[in-house]
Unconditional design. Structure first.
Length: 342
Protein backbone atom coordinates (compact mmCIF):
# COMPACT_ATOMS: atom_id res chain seq x y z
CA UNK A 1 0.00 0.00 0.00
CA UNK A 2 1.21 3.51 -0.83
CA UNK A 3 0.65 6.39 1.58
CA UNK A 4 -0.73 9.33 -0.39
CA UNK A 5 0.53 12.53 1.17
CA UNK A 6 -0.69 16.12 0.94
CA UNK A 7 2.48 18.22 1.25
CA UNK A 8 1.68 21.61 2.80
CA UNK A 9 4.43 24.21 2.83
CA UNK A 10 6.78 24.14 -0.14
CA UNK A 11 9.63 26.27 1.08
CA UNK A 12 13.13 25.07 1.92
CA UNK A 13 12.02 22.16 4.09
CA UNK A 14 8.99 21.22 1.98
CA UNK A 15 11.34 20.72 -0.97
CA UNK A 16 13.55 18.38 1.09
CA UNK A 17 10.40 16.42 1.85
CA UNK A 18 9.31 16.33 -1.80
CA UNK A 19 12.70 14.83 -2.72
CA UNK A 20 12.60 12.30 0.13
CA UNK A 21 9.06 11.18 -0.70
CA UNK A 22 9.98 10.87 -4.40
CA UNK A 23 12.64 8.34 -3.38
CA UNK A 24 10.33 6.27 -1.16
CA UNK A 25 8.72 3.11 -2.54
CA UNK A 26 5.86 3.40 -0.03
CA UNK A 27 4.76 7.03 -0.31
CA UNK A 28 3.85 9.65 -2.89
CA UNK A 29 2.84 13.30 -2.88
CA UNK A 30 -0.69 13.63 -4.27
CA UNK A 31 -1.21 17.38 -3.77
CA UNK A 32 0.69 20.55 -2.98
CA UNK A 33 -0.64 23.22 -0.61
CA UNK A 34 0.99 26.63 -0.22
CA UNK A 35 -0.43 30.17 -0.32
CA UNK A 36 2.57 31.34 -2.35
CA UNK A 37 2.10 30.61 -6.09
CA UNK A 38 5.86 30.90 -6.70
CA UNK A 39 6.50 28.09 -4.20
CA UNK A 40 3.89 25.93 -5.96
CA UNK A 41 5.48 26.67 -9.36
CA UNK A 42 8.93 25.72 -8.11
CA UNK A 43 7.70 22.45 -6.57
CA UNK A 44 5.84 21.52 -9.77
CA UNK A 45 8.90 22.28 -11.90
CA UNK A 46 11.24 20.22 -9.70
CA UNK A 47 9.06 17.37 -8.54
CA UNK A 48 6.25 17.13 -11.09
CA UNK A 49 2.83 18.69 -11.47
CA UNK A 50 0.21 17.84 -8.81
CA UNK A 51 -3.16 19.36 -7.89
CA UNK A 52 -2.37 22.71 -6.24
CA UNK A 53 -4.13 24.38 -3.33
CA UNK A 54 -3.61 27.55 -1.31
CA UNK A 55 -4.33 25.76 1.97
CA UNK A 56 -4.02 22.28 3.44
CA UNK A 57 -7.69 22.42 4.47
CA UNK A 58 -8.78 22.92 0.82
CA UNK A 59 -6.50 20.10 -0.31
CA UNK A 60 -7.94 17.73 2.31
CA UNK A 61 -11.50 18.59 1.25
CA UNK A 62 -10.76 18.09 -2.46
CA UNK A 63 -8.59 14.95 -2.29
CA UNK A 64 -10.51 11.98 -0.78
CA UNK A 65 -7.74 9.59 -1.84
CA UNK A 66 -5.13 11.39 0.31
CA UNK A 67 -4.36 9.50 3.52
CA UNK A 68 -1.65 11.53 5.30
CA UNK A 69 -0.83 15.21 5.85
CA UNK A 70 2.70 16.58 6.01
CA UNK A 71 3.03 20.12 7.39
CA UNK A 72 6.27 21.84 6.38
CA UNK A 73 4.82 25.31 6.86
CA UNK A 74 6.03 27.73 9.55
CA UNK A 75 4.92 26.73 13.07
CA UNK A 76 2.04 29.24 13.24
CA UNK A 77 -1.68 28.56 13.15
CA UNK A 78 -1.55 24.83 12.58
CA UNK A 79 -4.76 24.06 14.49
CA UNK A 80 -7.24 24.20 11.64
CA UNK A 81 -4.95 22.09 9.42
CA UNK A 82 -4.63 19.48 12.16
CA UNK A 83 -8.38 19.55 12.84
CA UNK A 84 -9.13 18.95 9.16
CA UNK A 85 -6.71 16.01 9.00
CA UNK A 86 -7.99 14.46 12.25
CA UNK A 87 -11.58 14.70 10.95
CA UNK A 88 -10.46 12.56 8.00
CA UNK A 89 -8.36 10.21 10.17
CA UNK A 90 -5.17 11.19 8.31
CA UNK A 91 -1.85 10.53 10.12
CA UNK A 92 0.21 13.68 10.63
CA UNK A 93 3.87 14.34 9.96
CA UNK A 94 4.65 17.85 11.20
CA UNK A 95 7.85 19.86 11.13
CA UNK A 96 9.42 20.97 14.37
CA UNK A 97 8.65 22.97 16.43
CA UNK A 98 5.05 21.79 16.66
CA UNK A 99 4.04 25.23 18.00
CA UNK A 100 5.69 28.25 19.59
CA UNK A 101 4.30 27.86 23.10
CA UNK A 102 3.53 24.94 25.40
CA UNK A 103 -0.26 25.38 25.85
CA UNK A 104 -0.80 25.47 22.08
CA UNK A 105 1.51 22.51 21.42
CA UNK A 106 -0.23 20.48 24.15
CA UNK A 107 -3.62 21.39 22.67
CA UNK A 108 -2.53 20.15 19.22
CA UNK A 109 -1.20 16.90 20.69
CA UNK A 110 -4.52 16.35 22.47
CA UNK A 111 -6.50 17.00 19.27
CA UNK A 112 -4.63 14.21 17.52
CA UNK A 113 -4.79 11.86 20.51
CA UNK A 114 -8.53 12.39 20.96
CA UNK A 115 -9.03 11.52 17.29
CA UNK A 116 -6.66 8.50 17.61
CA UNK A 117 -4.58 9.94 14.79
CA UNK A 118 -0.80 9.30 14.98
CA UNK A 119 1.35 12.43 14.96
CA UNK A 120 5.09 12.47 14.24
CA UNK A 121 7.27 15.57 14.62
CA UNK A 122 10.12 16.02 12.12
CA UNK A 123 13.12 15.33 14.36
CA UNK A 124 15.37 14.12 11.59
CA UNK A 125 18.59 14.61 13.62
CA UNK A 126 17.67 11.50 15.61
CA UNK A 127 18.28 9.51 12.41
CA UNK A 128 21.79 10.81 11.64
CA UNK A 129 24.52 8.16 11.69
CA UNK A 130 26.37 10.30 14.24
CA UNK A 131 23.39 10.02 16.59
CA UNK A 132 22.84 6.31 16.02
CA UNK A 133 26.54 5.46 16.44
CA UNK A 134 26.84 7.61 19.59
CA UNK A 135 23.98 5.61 21.09
CA UNK A 136 25.73 2.38 20.07
CA UNK A 137 28.99 3.55 21.69
CA UNK A 138 27.11 4.21 24.91
CA UNK A 139 25.37 0.82 24.73
CA UNK A 140 28.60 -1.09 23.94
CA UNK A 141 30.11 0.25 27.18
CA UNK A 142 33.72 0.89 26.04
CA UNK A 143 33.55 4.51 27.23
CA UNK A 144 31.19 3.72 30.08
CA UNK A 145 28.13 5.66 31.14
CA UNK A 146 27.51 9.31 30.17
CA UNK A 147 28.10 11.70 33.08
CA UNK A 148 28.32 15.24 31.70
CA UNK A 149 28.42 17.01 28.37
CA UNK A 150 29.33 20.17 26.48
CA UNK A 151 27.27 20.92 23.39
CA UNK A 152 28.54 23.77 21.24
CA UNK A 153 26.88 24.98 18.05
CA UNK A 154 28.31 28.29 16.83
CA UNK A 155 27.19 29.79 13.58
CA UNK A 156 26.72 33.15 11.90
CA UNK A 157 23.32 32.43 10.33
CA UNK A 158 22.66 35.03 7.65
CA UNK A 159 18.88 35.15 7.91
CA UNK A 160 18.68 37.22 4.70
CA UNK A 161 20.24 34.48 2.56
CA UNK A 162 17.81 33.63 -0.28
CA UNK A 163 17.92 29.91 0.49
CA UNK A 164 16.85 30.36 4.14
CA UNK A 165 13.40 30.97 5.63
CA UNK A 166 12.67 34.57 6.69
CA UNK A 167 10.21 34.31 9.59
CA UNK A 168 12.96 33.66 12.21
CA UNK A 169 14.21 37.23 11.60
CA UNK A 170 11.20 38.63 13.43
CA UNK A 171 10.00 35.80 15.71
CA UNK A 172 10.60 35.63 19.47
CA UNK A 173 13.64 33.56 20.55
CA UNK A 174 14.48 32.22 17.05
CA UNK A 175 17.58 30.22 18.04
CA UNK A 176 15.73 28.37 20.80
CA UNK A 177 12.54 27.47 18.93
CA UNK A 178 14.06 26.82 15.50
CA UNK A 179 17.49 25.33 16.24
CA UNK A 180 18.10 24.48 19.90
CA UNK A 181 14.94 22.36 19.80
CA UNK A 182 16.92 19.86 17.67
CA UNK A 183 19.89 19.90 20.07
CA UNK A 184 17.76 19.53 23.20
CA UNK A 185 15.83 16.68 21.60
CA UNK A 186 19.11 14.98 20.64
CA UNK A 187 20.41 15.13 24.20
CA UNK A 188 17.20 13.61 25.60
CA UNK A 189 17.24 10.91 22.94
CA UNK A 190 20.91 9.95 23.13
CA UNK A 191 21.22 10.01 26.91
CA UNK A 192 17.80 8.45 27.51
CA UNK A 193 17.16 10.90 30.34
CA UNK A 194 14.51 13.54 30.83
CA UNK A 195 15.44 17.14 31.63
CA UNK A 196 14.73 18.31 35.17
CA UNK A 197 16.19 21.79 35.72
CA UNK A 198 17.47 24.56 33.41
CA UNK A 199 19.43 27.73 34.04
CA UNK A 200 19.83 29.80 30.88
CA UNK A 201 20.66 33.18 29.43
CA UNK A 202 19.76 34.33 25.94
CA UNK A 203 21.13 37.49 24.30
CA UNK A 204 21.46 39.33 21.03
CA UNK A 205 24.81 40.83 19.99
CA UNK A 206 24.77 44.45 18.77
CA UNK A 207 25.29 43.44 15.12
CA UNK A 208 22.44 40.88 15.14
CA UNK A 209 20.04 40.88 12.19
CA UNK A 210 17.46 39.04 14.36
CA UNK A 211 14.81 41.01 16.22
CA UNK A 212 14.90 38.69 19.25
CA UNK A 213 17.76 36.82 20.94
CA UNK A 214 19.85 34.72 18.57
CA UNK A 215 22.29 33.34 21.14
CA UNK A 216 21.73 30.93 24.03
CA UNK A 217 23.75 29.56 26.94
CA UNK A 218 22.19 26.94 29.20
CA UNK A 219 23.07 24.52 31.98
CA UNK A 220 20.74 21.55 31.85
CA UNK A 221 20.37 18.91 34.58
CA UNK A 222 18.83 15.59 33.55
CA UNK A 223 16.94 12.99 35.56
CA UNK A 224 19.88 10.57 35.73
CA UNK A 225 22.15 13.31 37.07
CA UNK A 226 23.80 14.16 33.75
CA UNK A 227 24.64 17.86 33.38
CA UNK A 228 24.94 19.47 29.94
CA UNK A 229 26.63 22.79 29.26
CA UNK A 230 25.05 24.18 26.09
CA UNK A 231 26.03 27.09 23.87
CA UNK A 232 24.00 27.72 20.73
CA UNK A 233 24.73 30.76 18.56
CA UNK A 234 23.00 31.95 15.42
CA UNK A 235 24.93 35.20 15.59
CA UNK A 236 28.51 34.20 16.25
CA UNK A 237 31.10 36.87 15.45
CA UNK A 238 32.81 34.59 12.93
CA UNK A 239 31.20 33.44 9.70
CA UNK A 240 32.94 30.03 9.93
CA UNK A 241 30.70 27.54 11.77
CA UNK A 242 31.88 25.49 14.73
CA UNK A 243 30.26 22.38 16.20
CA UNK A 244 31.40 20.18 19.04
CA UNK A 245 29.36 17.79 21.13
CA UNK A 246 31.49 16.19 23.83
CA UNK A 247 30.19 13.61 26.29
CA UNK A 248 32.38 12.69 29.24
CA UNK A 249 31.62 9.19 30.47
CA UNK A 250 32.80 6.94 33.32
CA UNK A 251 35.59 5.42 31.15
CA UNK A 252 36.23 7.95 28.38
CA UNK A 253 34.74 10.50 26.00
CA UNK A 254 32.69 10.70 22.81
CA UNK A 255 33.39 13.78 20.69
CA UNK A 256 31.45 14.80 17.58
CA UNK A 257 33.11 17.66 15.70
CA UNK A 258 30.68 18.27 12.87
CA UNK A 259 26.90 18.48 12.79
CA UNK A 260 26.69 15.62 10.28
CA UNK A 261 29.89 13.64 10.91
CA UNK A 262 33.37 13.61 12.47
CA UNK A 263 32.51 11.30 15.37
CA UNK A 264 35.30 10.11 17.66
CA UNK A 265 35.84 8.45 21.00
CA UNK A 266 38.71 7.89 23.42
CA UNK A 267 39.16 5.80 26.54
CA UNK A 268 40.51 7.51 29.63
CA UNK A 269 44.25 6.97 29.02
CA UNK A 270 44.26 7.11 25.19
CA UNK A 271 46.66 9.69 23.75
CA UNK A 272 44.45 10.44 20.76
CA UNK A 273 40.86 10.13 19.59
CA UNK A 274 39.71 7.11 17.58
CA UNK A 275 37.56 8.11 14.60
CA UNK A 276 34.28 6.25 14.04
CA UNK A 277 33.73 5.14 10.44
CA UNK A 278 30.43 6.49 9.15
CA UNK A 279 28.64 5.64 5.89
CA UNK A 280 28.23 8.30 3.15
CA UNK A 281 25.56 10.86 3.99
CA UNK A 282 23.47 13.15 1.80
CA UNK A 283 22.75 16.14 4.03
CA UNK A 284 19.04 16.68 4.84
CA UNK A 285 18.08 13.69 2.68
CA UNK A 286 19.60 10.53 4.23
CA UNK A 287 18.32 11.17 7.74
CA UNK A 288 14.99 12.60 6.59
CA UNK A 289 14.43 9.47 4.46
CA UNK A 290 14.92 7.35 7.57
CA UNK A 291 12.47 9.54 9.46
CA UNK A 292 9.90 9.10 6.67
CA UNK A 293 10.35 5.33 6.62
CA UNK A 294 9.88 5.23 10.42
CA UNK A 295 6.64 7.21 9.97
CA UNK A 296 5.46 4.82 7.25
CA UNK A 297 6.35 1.76 9.37
CA UNK A 298 4.21 3.06 12.22
CA UNK A 299 1.31 4.05 9.96
CA UNK A 300 1.29 0.82 7.94
CA UNK A 301 1.90 -1.56 10.86
CA UNK A 302 -0.09 0.30 13.51
CA UNK A 303 2.97 0.36 15.80
CA UNK A 304 3.79 3.24 18.21
CA UNK A 305 4.86 6.42 16.43
CA UNK A 306 8.46 7.49 17.13
CA UNK A 307 9.10 11.24 17.62
CA UNK A 308 5.44 11.57 18.54
CA UNK A 309 3.79 14.82 19.57
CA UNK A 310 3.54 13.96 23.26
CA UNK A 311 7.23 13.12 23.46
CA UNK A 312 8.01 16.40 21.66
CA UNK A 313 6.36 18.39 24.48
CA UNK A 314 9.30 17.48 26.73
CA UNK A 315 11.83 18.98 24.28
CA UNK A 316 9.63 22.05 23.77
CA UNK A 317 9.52 22.43 27.57
CA UNK A 318 13.33 22.73 27.55
CA UNK A 319 13.06 25.58 25.05
CA UNK A 320 10.41 27.34 27.09
CA UNK A 321 12.38 26.80 30.33
CA UNK A 322 15.40 28.55 28.76
CA UNK A 323 13.25 31.53 27.73
CA UNK A 324 11.69 31.85 31.21
CA UNK A 325 15.04 31.35 32.96
CA UNK A 326 16.65 34.11 30.92
CA UNK A 327 13.74 36.52 31.33
CA UNK A 328 13.36 35.98 35.07
CA UNK A 329 17.05 35.29 35.86
CA UNK A 330 16.33 32.09 37.77
CA UNK A 331 16.55 28.31 37.53
CA UNK A 332 13.39 26.78 36.03
CA UNK A 333 12.11 23.25 36.56
CA UNK A 334 10.70 21.31 33.64
CA UNK A 335 7.80 20.28 35.88
CA UNK A 336 6.85 23.94 36.24
CA UNK A 337 6.84 24.42 32.46
CA UNK A 338 4.93 21.21 31.78
CA UNK A 339 2.22 22.36 34.19
CA UNK A 340 1.26 24.77 31.36
CA UNK A 341 0.49 21.72 29.23
CA UNK A 342 -2.33 20.54 31.50
N1 LIG B 1 13.83 19.33 10.41
C1 LIG B 1 14.68 20.16 9.81
O1 LIG B 1 15.85 19.88 9.66
C2 LIG B 1 14.15 21.48 9.29
C3 LIG B 1 14.93 22.27 8.44
C4 LIG B 1 14.38 23.49 8.02
C5 LIG B 1 13.12 23.87 8.42
N2 LIG B 1 12.40 23.07 9.24
C6 LIG B 1 11.03 23.44 9.69
O2 LIG B 1 10.16 23.38 8.55
C7 LIG B 1 9.13 24.37 8.67
C8 LIG B 1 9.19 25.28 7.45
O3 LIG B 1 10.48 25.87 7.37
P1 LIG B 1 11.08 26.35 5.97
O4 LIG B 1 12.53 26.57 6.22
O5 LIG B 1 10.71 25.43 4.87
O6 LIG B 1 10.35 27.76 5.80
P2 LIG B 1 10.10 28.57 4.43
O7 LIG B 1 9.73 29.95 4.85
O8 LIG B 1 11.27 28.36 3.50
O9 LIG B 1 8.85 27.82 3.77
C9 LIG B 1 7.59 27.79 4.35
C10 LIG B 1 6.56 27.64 3.24
O10 LIG B 1 5.28 27.46 3.87
C11 LIG B 1 4.34 28.24 3.15
N3 LIG B 1 3.18 28.49 4.02
C12 LIG B 1 2.97 29.51 4.88
N4 LIG B 1 1.77 29.35 5.49
C13 LIG B 1 1.24 28.20 5.01
C14 LIG B 1 0.02 27.51 5.25
N5 LIG B 1 -0.88 27.96 6.12
N6 LIG B 1 -0.20 26.35 4.57
C15 LIG B 1 0.70 25.87 3.69
N7 LIG B 1 1.87 26.51 3.42
C16 LIG B 1 2.13 27.65 4.08
C17 LIG B 1 5.10 29.48 2.73
O11 LIG B 1 4.47 30.16 1.64
C18 LIG B 1 6.45 28.88 2.34
O12 LIG B 1 6.46 28.49 0.97
C19 LIG B 1 9.40 25.09 10.00
O13 LIG B 1 8.63 24.51 11.00
C20 LIG B 1 10.90 24.85 10.23
O14 LIG B 1 11.28 24.90 11.59
C21 LIG B 1 12.87 21.88 9.67
Amino acid sequence: MTIKIILAGLGVRGRHWAEVIRRSARAEVVAYADPNPAALDLAAARFGERPRFATAEEAIAAMPEANALLLANPPYGRESQIRAAVARNMPLLIEKPLALNIPEAAHLVRLAEQGSVPMMVGLNFRYLDTTLRTMELLREGGVGTALFARFTYERYRDGHRPDLNKYPLTMDQPMLWEQSIHHFDLMRYVYGQDPVLIEALTWNPPYSMYKSDANVAALITFSGGLVANYQGLWQSAWAEPNFEWRTDCTKGVIIQKDQFGALHYAQHADKSLTPVTLPPHETWITETSRLLEAFLDAVLNGTPMPCNGRDHLMSLAMVEACAISSRERRAVTIAEVLAQAK
